[in-house]
Design a protein around this ligand. Structure first.
Ligand code: ARG
Length: 302
């Protein structure tokens, strides 16, 4: 299973390098911190959707019985993120661990396809991946486009990430009037910007890594992220902090689900729900969370 992941990553790297004209910016090297913030226009560089095209063994072929393809957006520590392990770019995280458990319970090899969050459900519908795990909340809109597993986790409420030096400037939502507030395209957090800060200009980008870079380089004033992710980026970057003002509470998150194509045409859901029940009951989930938290400080990001 490691080989399949490596294969995807190697191809992703080749694609990224090609996409950047042989330059130094790829989804993995964008992490180094020295990479300048990218503009919204250049966003897709980090997670080219065409990574899916390299998975010859994708479902629909003869390998369906032995390979399960996970679609995720690996810009989201501690849930799914890239690390360098002995010089090798790897996708790890609490939800990647859950995906390996799901595959192992079905005696299947896991293949990971890393793509933009807002394309995940359409690629799932096309059959380019078998299931999606991406800190994806079970909203009514998504439930019309795909089928959700039993919930396995509910995150902290959404939080706002800002430069530590600006922390005192924000006490109420109107303090964001005229400010630029970023969120990941297609997420529930992006919806919160017009709902709570109508005076702010939204900056929607495909990659959270790019958003964090934009915050670090003062191209935007704040980001709206899932709570655990905001805390993780604040812990990993001493220039950043999470706003704690009670007036700026953004409301509870919905539970996260594993997603399969609408109506579960491949019949994967019963086994996925069995694995979820098992890992919640036997303590595996707690171990996966603890392991991911420990690795999060190594997440490749800005
Ligand atoms: N929880 C949010 C949502 O459901 C954001 C998830 C983003 N996930 C990611 N892997 N980048 O919309």
């Amino acid at each position: 299973m490691k080989k399949a992941v490596t294969l995807v990553l190697a191809a992703l790297l080749v694609f990224s390098l090609a996409a950047c004209g042989g330059g130094t910016s790829s989804s993995s090297s964008a992490a180094a911190g020295s990479t300048p913030a990218s503009t919204p226009e250049s966003t897709p560089a980090s997670t080219p959707d065409s990574t899916v095209s390299i998975s010859d063994e994708a479902p629909g072929g003869d390998d369906t019985a032995t390979t399960l393809v996970l679609g995720t957006s690996a810009d989201y520590p501690p849930f799914e993120f890239h690390i360098l392990d002995g010089g090798e770019d790897k996708i790890v995280g609490f939800e990647v661990g859950l995906a390996y458990e799901i595959a192992a319970d079905q005696n299947a090899e896991l293949q990971i396809v890393d793509m933009n969050f807002d394309n995940l459900l359409s690629l799932l519908a096309k059959g380019d991946c078998d299931f999606v795990i991406a800190a994806m909340e079970a909203t009514d809109e998504r439930l019309e486009a795909a089928t959700a597993s039993d919930p396995y986790y509910t995150d902290l409420p959404a939080m706002m990430l800002v430069k530590k030096e600006n922390l005192d400037n924000y006490a109420t939502f109107s303090d964001f009037d005229g400010k630029t507030v970023g969120a990941q395209s297609g997420t529930t957090k992006a919806d919160l910007i017009p709902e709570t800060m109508p005076g702010a200009t939204p900056l929607l980008m495909a990659s959270v890594v790019d958003l964090v870079n934009n915050l670090v380089y003062d191209k935007c004033d704040a980001l709206v992220l899932d709570g655990a992710v905001a805390l993780q980026y604040a812990a990993a970057n001493e220039e950043l902090a999470v706003i704690e003002a009670p007036e700026l509470a953004l409301g509870d998150a919905l539970p996260y689900s594993v997603w399969v194509a609408l109506g579960d045409p491949k019949g994967l859901l019963p086994a996925i729900n069995d694995t979820i029940a098992r890992v919640l009951e036997d303590g595996t989930m707690d171990t996966l969370i603890a392991d991911a938290d420990a690795l999060s400080s190594q997440a490749l990001e800005g």
